[in-house]
Write a protein that binds this ligand. Structure first.
Ligand SMILES: [Zn+2]
Length: 275
């Protein structure tokens, strides 16, 4: 985590590209504990989470009103990555906020997988005030060798949206396509809040995320049903089943001390706090 030097608040130009987050402290904690908890390994963004008197973690809240406009950019190498990585969080945000515009970009597909990806995105984004679904057909597994064309695609995406919040792959993901998308996300969006999601896989690269989004059971079920029902071309894969996805949600829910028992988890590499 880095702590960029910032100008005093009154000297800062308006920056629509940056989404500041407030730190909300449980009433029971004294002010002096704030510093300790800011350096805690876990954060739980309150506007994205379920409040409970049992939760003692300091929460971070988006400093925009509930009816403010949000622009979210979701980036995924393959057709089902975004749903697996952050589908629940997207559903929860759309349920709680009225004016969420979502740009949704999948970089690899074929005819069948594009149809699946589009159908899934349309279902998941029903609550969005605006949807921009982009499906490209870069070659699965070969992203590092098609890097310049994919970088060009990122430049086009940058022209299409100005996101408050970006979801992308985990930087240390062992899949080469995932890693490239993550790297280009950070290359392209230099002054944005970026959350990196995780994808379970054979490679065994599940790590220790540091930001958690508690999800209620209904949201988890909707996410899992969407993945299983929409991406039928993947059903033959040994890992592609309800147990894998629910196990991830339960495991992260346990780590987050989620009052609902379930959570999605992210890596937040850089977070600027405005107190
Ligand atoms: Zn993938």
């Amino acid at each position: 985590m880095s702590w960029p030097v910032r100008q005093p608040h009154h000297q800062r130009p308006h920056d629509p590209g940056r989404l500041d987050i407030e730190c909300r402290q449980p009433k029971r904690f004294g002010r002096k504990k704030l510093g300790v908890f800011w350096f805690c390994r876990k954060w739980s963004p309150d506007s994205l989470s379920i409040t409970s008197s049992d939760v003692q973690m300091i929460n971070l809240i988006m400093n925009k009103p509930r009816d403010a406009d949000y622009n979210i950019l979701c980036l995924g190498a393959h057709s089902d990555d975004i749903e697996i990585g952050c589908g629940g969080t997207i559903l929860e945000m759309l349920a709680r906020h009225k004016n969420v515009a979502v740009s949704w970009c999948v970089f690899s597909s074929n005819t069948l997988r594009e149809r699946e990806a589009r159908s899934s995105a349309e279902l998941l984004l029903e609550g969005a005030c605006q949807r921009d679904i982009i499906i490209r057909d870069f070659r699965d597994g070969y992203f590092p060798f098609e890097g310049s064309q994919i970088k060009d695609e990122f430049e086009k995406i940058k022209q299409r949206c100005d996101p408050d919040l970006i979801f992308t792959h985990y930087r240390n993901d062992r899949h080469q396509d995932h890693r490239l998308i993550s790297d280009l996300t950070w290359n392209t969006f230099r002054n944005h809040l970026i959350l990196e999601y995780e994808i379970p896989k054979y490679d065994g690269d599940i790590g220790s995320p540091n930001l958690f989004m508690p999800l209620n059971e209904a949201t988890c079920l909707k996410k899992i049903r969407c993945i299983i029902d929409k991406f039928t071309s993947q059903s033959g894969k040994q890992w592609f089943d309800e147990q894998t996805f629910s196990a991830m949600l339960r495991l992260r829910g346990m780590e987050a001390n989620s009052p609902t028992m379930f959570a999605e988890a992210f890596y937040c590499r850089k977070l600027v706090i405005d107190v």
